[in-house]
Write a protein that binds this ligand. Sequence first.
Ligand code: ADP
Ligand code: MG
Length: 257
Amino acid sequence: MAKIFCIANQKGGVGKTTTTVNLAAGLAKVGQRVLVVDLDPQGNATMGSGVDKRALPLSVYDVLLETATIAEARQHSEKAGYDVLGANRELAGAEVELVELEHREQRLKAAIAAADADYDFVLIDCPPSLSMLTLNGLCSAHGVVVPMQCEYFALEGLSDLVNTIKQVHANLNPDLQIIGLLRVMFDPRITLQQQVSDQLKAHFGDKVFDTVIPRNVRLAEAPSYGMPGVVFDANAKGAQAFVEFAKEMVRRVGGMR
Ligand code: ADP
Ligand code: MG
């Protein structure tokens, strides 16, 4: 059975997409079969995996509206080493169209269930909001990985997400749990980042992943070459950190049912 995780944080620019594609590439590197589901109409995870969002015959939009299955709509990225269920602008319309439909928050879950046997991991890149799209992600998943920068307002934003996850857990998806908080774009020379990191550990204990992702320009450059940083420059510090993180994920969730 595939382990299904949302990469979520309602803030934009915190490293969700970078985490999704590099965790996926890291998992692929250690032999896991991976599907990335892009739930953001910006399509950054699609492009960053080396799949052209403007040339998608079918996308996650068609899957949510049940006019295509994942098996029909996915693309394989040779470069990245995993499959992609892509997204583009069209997905922005799904928000409105889904409201009219039955089981509107469970549509992705049903679609993933039909492709479950093909994968060890399914990673869902969520948009920066707590919208119907994110809700579809949270209803599909066993857990949430929360990338965050160790900055002053980071903890404040976290409580909204934690509350949403609690509500989804209580009402829609009893499987859902926070797998962990991932410190990203970390710079140990900045005292404030060290302090926030210490606060996070004091507050959330072992829900904070051991692996820390450093700020690393190679990770930021990789999307313009259409590949995850882990593939683009395997020797860069950021790439190595994501491969470590992939191994930590395999260890942590290995015993999950
Ligand atoms: P989100 O998906 O949450 O909006 P992104 O993953 O797109 O965030 O990251 C926002 C920006 O920060 C991007 O330009 C990305 O390349 C850059 N970035 C993300 N992680 C790192 C990192 N560890 N080091 C340097 N730049 C990063
Ligand atoms: Mg993103």
